[in-house]
Design a protein around this ligand. Structure first.
Ligand code: GUN
Length: 295
C-alpha cells in the first residue's frame, strides 16, 4: 500500500477561507476586529520565521495585529509588564509569547501572566485544566490542528486505537486529552509512549492512528507500524540547507519506509506545520467573539 498524502497546506487554506468570512461577519455585525499580538524575545532564527508567518497570516485574514519584538536582554519584570499592558488592551484579544524564552526568564511565570481569556496558545494552566475536563475555550494550536487534519481527511477517530509518541505539554499530553474526550471527532482509546516506554514497537504496531512528536528523526520506522495505519508526523528536524538557503526539514517518521504501509500520512514540511498557525488564527477569532459576547 502506498499512503495517501494528508495535505496540511490544503486543509489549512480551506480553514483560512472559512475564517476570513467569519472575520468579515463579526466586523460587520459586532464591530469587532480580532486583535493579535505576537511577542518575540531575541533573535532565534526559527522563532523569527514562525512569528513572521503568524503575523503574515493574521494580516491576510484582516486582523488587527501587532508584532512586538523585544531584545534578548529584556528583564522578566519588563516582559511581565508588557504582558500586563496587552492584558488590559481592549483591541487585543490574543497574546502569543513565542517560545523558547531566554534562560534568565521563567517561562512558566510568563505563561501564567497571560489573561486566560487571551491565551490563544492554550498554554495557561486554566486552559490546560479546562481541556482536561472537556470545557476548553482554546485548544493548543498544534494538537488542535492534528485533530482537524484527522477529521477533514475522513479518519475514523471514534473507537480508534490512537498511539501518541511523545509526552510534551505542547503536543503529546494535549492531543491525548483532546482525542479521548467523549465528543465528536474524538472518543478514541489513546496510549502515550515516551522515553520510559519499554517496548515502543509493541504499542505503535497496534495503532490505527499514530501521532509522532518524539523530537527525533526516524523515531518511527516501517517495522514499527501496521498496514493501513494513519500517520501524523509532528516532527520538525532541520537537516541542513537547500541550495536556495532555506532550512531542509524532515519529520520524526521514516517517511519513505512508512508510506509503503500506511493508508495516509502527513509530509514534512506541508503536514501539521501549516495547521498550527491556522489554529492560532481560529483561537484568536474565538477570543474576539468571547470578548464581544458572541456565541
Ligand atoms: N514555539 C514552538 N511552538 C510554539 C507554539 O505553538 N507557541 C509558542 N508560543 N511558541 C512556540
Amino acid at each position: 500500500m502506498t499512503a495517501k498524502l494528508i495535505n496540511g497546506n490544503e486543509v489549512a487554506q480551506l480553514i483560512r477561507e472559512e475564517l476570513k468570512q467569519e472575520v468579515t461577519q463579526i466586523k460587520e455585525k459586532y464591530n469587532v476586529t480580532p486583535g493579535l499580538v505576537t511577542i518575540l524575545v531575541g533573535e532565534n532564527p526559527a522563532s523569527i520565521s514562525y512569528v513572521t508567518a503568524k503575523q503574515k497570516t493574521s494580516k491576510d485574514l484582516g486582523f488587527y495585529s501587532i508584532q512586538d519584538n523585544q531584545p534578548q536582554d529584556i528583564t522578566e519584570e519588563q516582559l511581565l509588564n508588557l504582558i500586563d499592558k496587552y492584558n488590559k488592551d481592549p483591541k487585543i484579544h490574543g497574546i502569543l509569547v513565542q517560545l523558547p524564552l531566554p534562560k534568565h526568564i521563567n517561562e512558566t511565570k510568563v505563561l501564567y501572566a497571560i489573561d486566560p481569556k487571551k491565551d490563544v496558545d492554550g498554554f495557561h494552566p486554566v486552559n490546560v485544566g479546562k481541556l482536561m475536563i472537556g470545557e476548553a475555550d482554546f485548544l493548543p494550536c498544534t494538537p488542535a490542528g492534528i485533530q482537524q487534519l484527522l477529521i477533514r481527511s475522513g479518519a475514523k477517530i471514534d473507537g480508534a486505537e490512537v498511539v501518541v509518541v511523545g509526552r510534551s505539554n505542547i503536543v503529546g499530553k494535549p492531543i491525548t486529552n483532546i482525542l479521548l474526550q467523549k465528543q465528536k471527532g474524538a472518543n478514541a482509546t489513546v496510549t502515550i509512549c515516551h522515553t520510559g516506554t519499554k517496548d515502543m514497537a509493541f504499542h505503535t504496531k497496534r495503532a490505527d492512528i499514530l501521532i509522532v512528536a518524539a523530537g527525533k528523526p526516524k523515531a518511527v520506522t516501517a517495522d514499527m507500524v501496521k498496514e493501513g495505519v494513519i500517520v501524523i508526523d509532528v516532527g520538525v528536524n532541520r537537516i541542513g540547507m537547500t541550495p536556495e538557503g532555506k532550512a531542509k526539514l524532515c519529520g520524526d517518521v521514516d517517511f519513505d519506509g512508512v508510506k509503503e504501509k500506511a493508508s495516509a500520512i502527513t509530509p514534512v514540511p506541508g503536514g501539521v506545520g501549516p495547521m498550527t498557525i491556522t489554529m492560532l488564527m481560529m483561537n484568536t477569532v474565538k477570543a474576539a467573539k468571547l470578548h464581544a459576547g458572541v456565541k
